[in-house]
Design a binder for this molecule. Structure first.
Ligand SMILES: *[C@@H]1O[C@H](CO)[C@@H](O)[C@H](O)[C@H]1NC(C)=O
Ligand SMILES: *[C@@H]1O[C@H](CO)[C@@H](O)[C@H](O)[C@H]1NC(C)=O
Ligand SMILES: *[C@@H]1O[C@H](CO)[C@@H](O)[C@H](O)[C@H]1NC(C)=O
Ligand SMILES: *[C@@H]1O[C@H](CO)[C@@H](O)[C@H](O)[C@H]1NC(C)=O
Ligand SMILES: *[C@@H]1O[C@H](CO)[C@@H](O)[C@H](O)[C@H]1NC(C)=O
Ligand SMILES: *[C@@H]1O[C@H](CO)[C@@H](O)[C@H](O)[C@H]1NC(C)=O
Ligand SMILES: *[C@@H]1O[C@H](CO)[C@@H](O)[C@H](O)[C@H]1NC(C)=O
Ligand SMILES: *[C@@H]1O[C@H](CO)[C@@H](O)[C@H](O)[C@H]1NC(C)=O
Length: 466
């Protein structure tokens, strides 16, 4: 028989051991992972991509579906994986446990545990990308998915849903951070209750680039790039002092959660990054700034001990950088297609080491961060759908003054008499008249900006000057 006193000592010892275990197993790495988007028609296969991911020293990868080829390629790699339930299924899953179970059975069970699936995200930016009819189903779907995971004994997989900064109504100063009225009590509060009860994370996409680009006069670029040495922003509510825009944005989220009664939920940066290129008229989107932002971000989140943010000093901020590749099939402005760390051929756009262990001095000098200055034209993109171009051409011609006069029979730009040539003229003509009124060179993705004058002979294409 063990004397009582020794028994107590042993129990205390076991207790200490087990709490140590809990602490160490709960500790999450600050080393950023990478978002592996697949919206390109020229991207390497999953098996080719995995060595590239390892080369970046990414220890976690987030995908936007549950692509079995990717999950298979990631098995036995030691790389943690975040998978996603597609937006289209969220509403049905929210009211159908059988469907939730089926989804887990076919998309998770076959790959687990060889593939280290650790996060299951229910939809992507659902508040921003779906109608409000979907919103009431988000949290119920999260509960269903969590329930299925429990049924299959998949206890290591955290359930969350990534949101964008537009869930905030106010974000400045950070202590004023507040969720939007239309979602705070109906969606966000029950979501925070779920995340709290399951010890999961609030996943949020944080892009200082978009905040800066919306107000480049008042927001200093260096402040957005973690480069400012002397600019500080003091939060008048708390007295906290900010040295970069990212911290400000993250703290606005912390304060918004606190306002709803959940100060303790951890934040997971589901996406952050900076574009390495874009349309000619998009400012600040270049390799220099992309490398600067992402390298500084890595430095910040891998610092030991962790720095956290002014409102949560010392906290670890787990993250995924957006994105692995430049993705040529993404729609929208040119920057959307230029967030990659790698070109589609797998070569790096600039060197980066997500472990944070490569010192700055080991990187080659970057190209200067110049914005384009000069004339620009708006022409049909290569490979555009001609049927769509025809429709858009007549629409462009119906706008503005004499927009399409030069492409009429007998006029200087009539020949070559092709849809693409005529539409390129019409798009340039439209853009030159409407750009100052907010008109874009986009036409549903059929148009792109170029710096080379397409004029010939007596056919002169109208231009804009940037
Ligand atoms: C959702 O469920 C309805 C009714 O069962 C079905 O008609 C619809 O196709 C489902 N939607 C999806 C995306 O599976
Ligand atoms: C629930 O999902 C299952 C599996 O997809 C389907 O067979 C069933 O019809 C769905 N139930 C309802 C009520 O839609
Ligand atoms: C959903 O959006 C529609 C149209 O935007 C709006 O009229 C309606 O009030 C919204 N419903 C809720 C519950 O917010
Ligand atoms: C906080 O936000 C409110 C509402 O947007 C605004 O009126 C107020 O001025 C803000 N507080 C500070 C200190 O800026
Ligand atoms: C910060 O330093 C830069 C370069 O030394 C200088 O141009 C800028 O005016 C300074 N800004 C402030 C707010 O002191
Ligand atoms: C990869 O693509 C980039 C951009 O198109 C190009 O500059 C580079 O030379 C290519 N590298 C290789 C190895 O093909
Ligand atoms: C081309 O555009 C037309 C008209 O917008 C559309 O109906 C058609 O489906 C498109 N074709 C392809 C291959 O995308
Ligand atoms: C077209 O011409 C009219 C009259 O000169 C002018 O008021 C209008 O602003 C012009 N439209 C555009 C898009 O330039």
């Amino acid at each position: 028989m063990v004397p009582m006193k020794v028994m107590t000592m042993v129990m205390i010892y076991l207790f200490i051991l087990s709490s140590l275990f809990i602490i160490s197993s709960a500790k999450i790495s600050g080393q950023p992972g990478v978002n592996y988007g697949e919206l390109g028609n020229n991207l390497p296969t999953p098996t080719t991509s995995v060595p590239l991911i390892k080369n970046l020293n990414a220890k976690r990868v987030k995908i936007y579906d549950a692509n079995p080829k990717i999950l298979k390629a990631l098995q036995n790699t030691g790389i943690q994986v975040s998978i996603m339930l597609p937006n289209e299924l969220v509403t049905n899953v929210s009211s159908n446990q059988t469907l939730a179970n089926q989804w887990i059975q076919s998309n998770v069970v076959p790959f687990y545990p060889k593939t280290l699936i650790r996060y299951l995200l229910v939809g992507n930016e659902l508040i921003s990308s779906t109608s409000n009819q979907t919103w009431p189903h988000i949290v119920p779907a999260m509960h269903r998915i969590k329930h299925s995971l429990t049924t299959f004994h998949l206890h290591k997989i955290k359930v969350g849903t990534p949101l964008a900064m537009d869930v905030l109504q106010t974000s400045f100063p950070p202590s004023n951070g507040t969720f939007r009225n239309d979602i705070a009590l109906s969606v966000i509060k029950p979501m925070l209750e779920f995340l709290h009860a399951t010890n999961s994370f609030f996943f949020i996409d944080v892009y200082p680039f978009f905040a800066w680009v919306s107000d480049p006069i008042n927001i200093n670029l260096d402040y957005a790039l973690f480069e400012s040495k002397n600019i500080t922003v003091k939060d008048s509510g708390t007295g906290l002092v900010y040295t970069n825009l990212f911290d400000q944005m993250v703290d606005a989220v912390y304060f918004a959660m606190e306002r709803l009664g959940f100060p303790g939920i951890r934040i997971f940066i589901a996406e952050t990054g900076w574009p390495n290129g874009g349309d000619l008229d998009q400012i600040g989107a270049n390799i220099h700034n992309a490398a600067t932002y992402n390298r500084n971000f890595v430095k910040k989140v891998t610092k030991k001990p962790p720095t956290g943010t002014p409102a949560r000093p010392g906290s670890i901020l787990p993250s995924f950088i957006f994105a692995l590749y430049n993705e040529n099939l993404k729609t929208g402005l040119g920057t959307e297609r230029h967030f990659g760390l790698l070109y589609p051929n797998g070569s790096s756009i600039y060197k980066i080491d997500l472990s944070g262990k490569t010192p700055e001095s080991k990187f080659k000098p970057l190209p200067p961060p110049r914005d384009y200055k000069g004339k620009a034209w708006c022409v049909v993109v290569e490979g555009a759908n001609e049927t769509a171009v025809v429709e858009t051409l007549s629409h462009a011609c119906s706008q503005g003054n004499q927009t399409c006069d030069s492409i009429q029979p007998g006029k200087p730009c009539f020949k070559p008499d092709s849809v693409v040539a005529h539409a390129s003229y019409a798009f340039s003509s439209y853009w030159s008249q409407f750009r100052h009124l907010g008109g874009a060179c986009n036409f549903n993705g059929l148009a792109t900006q170029i710096a080379k004058d397409p004029s010939y002979g007596s056919c002169k294409y109208p231009s804009v000057t940037l």
